[in-house]
Write a protein that binds this ligand. Sequence first.
Ligand SMILES: CC(C)(COP(=O)(O)OP(=O)(O)OC[C@H]1O[C@@H](n2cnc3c(N)ncnc32)[C@H](O)[C@@H]1OP(=O)(O)O)[C@@H](O)C(=O)NCCC(=O)NCCS
Length: 181
Amino acid sequence: MTATLTTFQLSTGRLRPWREGDEDALSHHASNRHIWNNVRDFFPYPYTPRDAHSWVRSNKSYQQPNNLAIEIEGQAVGNIGFTVKDDIYRYNAEIGYWLSEDYWGRGIMTEAIQVMTDYIFKNFQVNRLFACVLEGNIGSMRVLETAGYQREAILRKAAIKNNQYLDEYIFAILRAEHRGQ
Ligand SMILES: CC(C)(COP(=O)(O)OP(=O)(O)OC[C@H]1O[C@@H](n2cnc3c(N)ncnc32)[C@H](O)[C@@H]1OP(=O)(O)O)[C@@H](O)C(=O)NCCC(=O)NCCS
């Protein structure tokens, strides 16, 4: 599969590989405390042009990208991606995503997760896909449930964000549970 084929239409916008030229939109839409509050600390805040350049440089031109830009009205306004784990967890992949606050609540991520889940099970040797959601992130829990992920565990006060211990909710879907497998 070539990178240009790794493009999926959504009702609003599409998923496609990251490419040069996305940097300005990326730093503009990603630099948001409401996004940062719900993701890992390695996600930059503020999200500088330099951060955007290094993200695009390391995510463009893969044959089978792990990260896809969410493009709306021609602009990259979010990301959905995954990381394959190693050792005895090598058939697991963790999915992660964010969307510009300008587009929240329109069903975009609900659709993007379903498309990405299909893409991963079709193209990678992954048996279990999971996501880690911080307590209070109801929108993220809803999109996962709608895509068929099950809530498996609550890791009590496992995370620290803004100097506060937070519960982490684990959601997962197995290949055998995924439609069409
Ligand atoms: C979480 C996030 C990805 C959701 O994307 P989105 O495109 O706005 O989500 P959707 O519109 O597809 O669906 C959101 C669902 O959650 C519901 N929802 C959203 N916020 C809610 C809230 N505070 N309380 C209750 N329900 C809520 C919506 O009603 C919708 O449910 P429905 O399908 O039953 O109608 C987006 O808000 C985001 O990028 N947040 C910051 C980063 C983040 O949290 N990333 C995930 C880390 S695990």
